[in-house]
Ligand binder design. Structure first.
Ligand SMILES: Nc1ncnc2c1ncn2[C@@H]1O[C@H](COP(=O)(O)OP(=O)(O)O)[C@@H](O)[C@H]1O
Ligand SMILES: [Mg+2]
Length: 320
């Protein structure tokens, strides 16, 4: 997998306006099992992609932090980039009981013998894979500090096996999180988000991913659910954005909803509306199954009220 290959940004990422001379390095072997699968519906944002590609080309000892709200596309940004560039990647979820040692590996019994099994960090470092740590702000503040030395260029030392693992030149570290590492200003994730170590955060380039622009989400919905009338698709995107606005909260920070509609839930809503098209209230019925059946009753009512407002007569007709 060490053979590299140059990719045209215009053709590889579907960026019509990228100059023909803009090429980036990936790998020739498309068959590696750790290459993420291509999502044909994924749309690259020009600015975010440029940041990711610049980082992949020249990390300069940094890692990349991708912040943004729940379900906006933080993880897909790097993984869909890897999918296009044949870059093998390991994706690991962080949470409050995770320890640095989980990244390094663990002892296991194999054929009656105790053996040390490498975790995602040494595997990625040794082979030149990308490592994506999701929800990096959910764990104990001190645990990820162990990555500092590696970002500085020091090898990983595994005391259990006396191994010294140097980072391959193609090793890249990404983390995703709802915050930017310095705590949760919104109050939405107050109980789960940790304030991370400033020395750790100082090793990162930060980008923030937001929900897709309405035109782009409408295009994706058209691909996923071409049978839905355009007006219904547009209204679904409007409802999603209104729900997100109330979830994120106004300038006073007060959020009125504690659940939101990710792009994933929106696509599910559209697909289910088609699946239940025979039902008298297919749009509302599908909305319950896509999102609101897991909401508190008042929130569920509030979201259905938003939908009724946005859909207007269409909603009354659909629910009549
Ligand atoms: N740029 C995009 N184009 C198309 N679909 C997207 C895009 N970004 C996100 N999605 C959709 O949203 C879903 C959630 O994205 P994900 O990366 O898992 O979000 P997060 O990591 O922020 O929770 C994806 O599975 C995908 O279906
Ligand atoms: Mg994610």
């Amino acid at each position: 997998m060490t053979t590299t290959k140059m990719f045209s940004v215009k053709d590889t990422f579907g960026l019509a306006n990228a100059p023909a001379s803009y090429v980036v390095e990936g790998f020739a072997d498309a068959s590696h099992p750790l290459i993420p699968r291509v999502d044909d519906l994924y749309v690259f944002d020009r600015v975010l992609l440029r940041d990711v590609l610049a980082f992949l080309a020249e990390p300069m000892g940094d890692a990349m932090w991708i912040g943004g709200p729940y379900g906006a596309g933080k993880t897909s940004l790097p993984t869909q980039t890897f999918a296009r560039l044949n870059w093998p990647a390991l994706v690991f979820s962080w949470h409050k009981r995770r320890e640095f040692a989980d990244l390094v590996g663990h002892q296991a019994i194999m054929n009656g013998q105790t053996q040390f099994v490498h975790g995602p960090l040494p595997i990625a470092m040794k082979n030149g894979y990308a490592l994506v740590i999701n929800e990096a702000d959910r764990g104990d503040a001190g645990e990820l500090v162990g990555l500092n030395d590696i970002l500085e260029g020091s090898p990983l030392v595994i005391p259990e096996t006396n191994e010294v693992i140097h980072a391959h030149p193609k090793f890249r570290l990404f983390v995703t999180a709802n915050s930017m590492g310095s705590g949760d200003a919104s109050g939405l994730y107050a109980t789960s988000i940790q304030i991370l170590d400033p020395a750790f955060l100082d090793r990162f380039r930060f980008v923030s991913v937001n929900y897709l622009r309405p035109e782009i989400e409408e295009d994706i919905l058209e691909k996923v659910a071409p049978k839905l009338p355009e007006l219904i698709r547009e209204n679904m995107v409007k409802v999603a954005n209104e729900v997100r606005r109330l979830f994120i909260g106004g300038s006073d920070g007060g959020a009125e909803l504690s659940l939101t509609m990710s792009t994933r839930s929106l696509l599910r809503w559209a697909r289910l509306t088609i699946a239940f098209k025979g039902a008298p209230n297919a749009v509302g019925y599908a909305l319950e199954r896509a999102l609101t059946n897991r909401a508190e009753p008042e929130q569920r009512e509030a979201i259905h009220r938003i939908a009724a407002d946005v859909f207007g007569d269409q909603w009354d007709a659909a629910n009549g």
